[in-house]
Design a protein around this ligand. Structure first.
Ligand code: ZN
Length: 139
């Protein structure tokens, strides 16, 4: 296998669902039994994590309020893939470098996300239409 050029891994794929219970059904059918849930009030979402075999995860996202960005996404596009998340080592340095390079960031400062991670989102306008979450595990 080729060595990666940079130390960045796929952490998870974020999937907008109407609710975690019904969203989990297809993964149950695939054989998964555990949906690890957590509420992230700052993002107005409840997330459900499904752990895959290669250190990557699926993150189901349910809106908890009417003004949640996930609620707006569901209204506009319906359920489906919302973002991808890349696991990085130096999120502060990376966010600074991207901003300096003119990349449009939704967060110019990393903030706390689910699972004790610091996260920052890159705007889809700068990524060819893919909402990219950068994430660094704390501690
Ligand atoms: Zn995410």
């Amino acid at each position: 296998m080729a060595h990666p050029e940079v130390d960045i891994e796929l952490d998870h794929i974020g999937i907008a669902v109407e609710n975690l219970g019904s969203g989990f059904e297809i993964y149950k059918a695939l054989g998964f039994t555990t949906l690890e849930t957590e509420e992230v009030p700052s993002e107005k979402v409840k997330v459900g994590f499904i752990h895959l075999g290669n250190r990557a995860n699926l993150e189901l996202l349910e809106a908890t309020t009417q003004d949640s960005t996930i609620r707006k996404f569901l209204e506009k596009r319906g359920p489906g893939i919302h973002h991808i998340c890349l696991r990085v080592k130096d999120i502060d340095g990376l966010v600074r470098r991207l901003a300096d390079a003119g990349v449009r960031m939704i967060h110019t400062e990393p903030k706390m996300g689910a699972h004790n991670c610091r996260v920052a989102f890159v705007h889809p306008a700068s990524t060819g239409g893919v909402l990219i979450e950068l994430s660094q595990k704390m501690g």
